[in-house]
Ligand binder design. Structure first.
Ligand code: SER
Length: 316
């Protein structure tokens, strides 16, 4: 029987991933772990929930032992924008936190650790279109630096100690349940909320800014599919590119206008533009497709239709 712990379970991805894993493996088999962000009543009551600072290894270890955990989905992280405002905090949470997870994984002989990486591992010197899996990794953000180190560390623990660590490089994730916090790609979520509530949005990147994005159902599918992949087929472990869709901020606004014709979007780029400009526009994900059958389902228009339906329900 699987005994899963999800860190960052109050966050954008963690909150929906926890629900999906509970559907799959049973409510009591999945322990949600939060820290700073207050969970909603719904999250608190949906199944086992613990508060831990992942920088506190003893606390982490106690929960792993208490629930007899064999698998960790380590979703807790400080993203790119907060990481630039608080680089020391980003280093601590993203590096010390991961180190604790890996060490506890080793000491307690965990079966598997899933640890997502990000397109933030790339930087201005990386080829921007159809970015290869193996390429220049010279990020300019603390978030990116910690994600490159995290990929290398995960691969090291696999090769050196045989700890089964796996991860995909997520693009911007768009979803309707929990808001993202402190990322550069957050505009691609905020635009939907504002379009529905106020019919207008001021976007913090230029209209022609193109970034790779993914809708939440595909985001969850990516990490669960990789977790279930046959290890003998994996040539990569912690650094899979996963591509889904790429569009400019202007194209996203146009996709929303098809449903909300009166919607208007203005563009006032701020410091986050530079981060967006340092990341690829699209990714070559042939390794993920070949090694574990990655295939996304949503495109921009099917995502927009679903986002608008779900958010209209929630906000209106
Ligand atoms: N969504 C993240 C960010 O914008 C990228 O992984 O920081």
């Amino acid at each position: 029987m699987k005994r899963i712990l999800v860190t960052g379970a109050v966050g954008q991805i963690g909150s929906e991933l926890t629900g999906k894993l509970r559907e799959k493996y049973g409510t009591d088999s999945v322990v949600a772990v939060g820290h700073r962000t207050k969970p909603t009543e719904k999250m608190r009551n949906a199944g086992p929930f613990e508060f831990i600072d992942i920088c506190d290894k003893d606390a982490l270890e106690k929960v792993v032992v208490k629930y007899n955990i064999d698998t960790i989905y380590h979703m807790a992280a400080i993203l790119s924008v907060i990481g630039e405002q608080k680089p020391q905090l980003a280093f601590k949470v993203n590096m010390i936190g991961l180190y604790n997870i890996l060490e506890v994984g080793l000491e307690h002989k965990l079966e598997r650790i899933m640890c997502p990486s990000s397109i933030a591992v790339f930087g201005p010197k990386t080829p921007k279109d159809n970015t290869p899996n193996e390429t220049i990794l010279c990020p300019t953000t603390m978030y990116g630096v910690t994600k490159v180190a995290g990929e290398l560390l995960g691969d090291y623990y696999f090769k050196r100690f045989g700890l089964d660590v796996r991860g995909v490089r997520y693009p911007g994730i768009i979803s309707s349940e929990t808001l993202p916090g402190g990322g550069t790609t957050d505009y691609a979520v905020a635009i939907y909320y504002e379009a529905i509530k106020n019919k207008k949005y001021t976007c913090f990147v230029r209209e022609d800014t193109v970034l790779p994005m993914m809708y939440m159902p595909d985001c969850i599918k990516a990490i669960i599919d990789l977790a279930e992949a046959d290890i003998s087929k994996l040539k990569h472990h912690c650094d899979f590119n996963v591509n889904s869709m790429s569009f400019s901020a202007g194209e996203l606004a146009d996709s929303i206008k098809k449903h909300i014709p009166e919607f208007t979007c203005e563009y006032k780029p701020d410091f986050r533009q530079e981060i967006a400009d340092s990341w690829p526009r699209s990714l070559d994900d042939s390794s993920a497709r070949e090694e574990w059958g990655w295939k996304p389902e949503y495109d921009i228009d099917s995502m927009t239709e679903d986002m608008i339906a779900k958010l209209s329900n929630k906000l209106l």
